[in-house]
Design a protein around this ligand. Sequence first.
Ligand code: MG
Length: 392
Amino acid sequence: MKITKIETLICHARMRNWVFVKVVTDQDGLFGWGEATLEWHTRSVVGAIEDLETLLIGEDPTRVEHLWQMMWRQHFWHGSGVSRSTAIAAIDLALWDIIGKTHGVPCHKLWGGPVRDYIRLYCHLGGGNLESFYETPVDNAKQFADFAQQSVAEGFTAFKSMAVPPTMPLEGLKPVKAAETCVAAMREAVGDDIDIMVDCHARPSPAMGMRFAKALDPFGLYFFEEPCWPENIDSLASINAAVATPIATGERLTNLAAFRDLFAARGCEVCQMDLTHCGGFTEARRIAALADAHRISLAPHNPQGPVSTAASIEFGFSQPSYIICESVHNDVPWRADVVNEGFTLNSVDRTVTPNTNPGLGVEINEDEVKKHPFEQEIPQRVFYRDGAVGDW
Ligand SMILES: [Mg+2]
């Protein structure tokens, strides 16, 4: 069997362009799907896939590890930059999809799964609607509480919020109190049975991240995400050691060595590797093994498109330390038109049972994808009140 072609299909989904990657073989009708969505870097990642294609044409797609080593190591530059690592990830997911289809089993069965009966989903406040999640002001605690109740009414037992505002490297009590009021309102609205997460988007400096983490510690968050830049491993470790709330991070790390350094410093309790950025299943399985040795949980980052979600679910049914799957269901109204998913969603309690289709179990409707051609992503830029550049 040989790889004959690698295609990229762009599907504009408001905040993101979903980048679907199709690895085609010389066997009649046999191909694999991957996803390389990289918001605001769509052209870069499409180019990176074209560069990798030159290494792979004519190769046997079932030699996944061998091809992964070629993609990571060949032509001098390693694959650690995010455009390249995302391109590698998409192709790797597609190769595993092909192997599953070749053997007639879902991917998780290739790795000895399923290891559990179902996977719990969590949502973003507002279901992944861009404005609800990112643009609800943190001084509007009531709106946060209303969205929280809406998530629970939709069946979710866990949700994530952006209840920490952008702050300058050092600010006083006001933003900390605002975050505290927001989280208190959400807790009051949904009670103790529901798991609440707060994502800081790595907005705070280490000093501000520590303040927010300590202020929110009494509310028993399920996890507290990216309280400072991912580059500040020592500071992540300090915050993780200072509070009872589990710290989560890892969505911007692209390779095993980066996770080695994070885990060695105990920079988190929850590893949020992104299967579409960290080199695909092949590298993610190594990262997961390392996380297991540290007894760190896995909750992969997954706000992208449906192939990413299928990958996260397949991974979750093969990994004992996987705790929950991030999901968005309300980003675009036509999401379900683009894909047939292999797993079964129970919309009453927002859990999924295992995919029984081969590979990733996804079918992409290419005619539907063509209805949503590339558009520049909606800008999401932050400037502090004095005009200086901040983190989104
Ligand atoms: Mg995040």
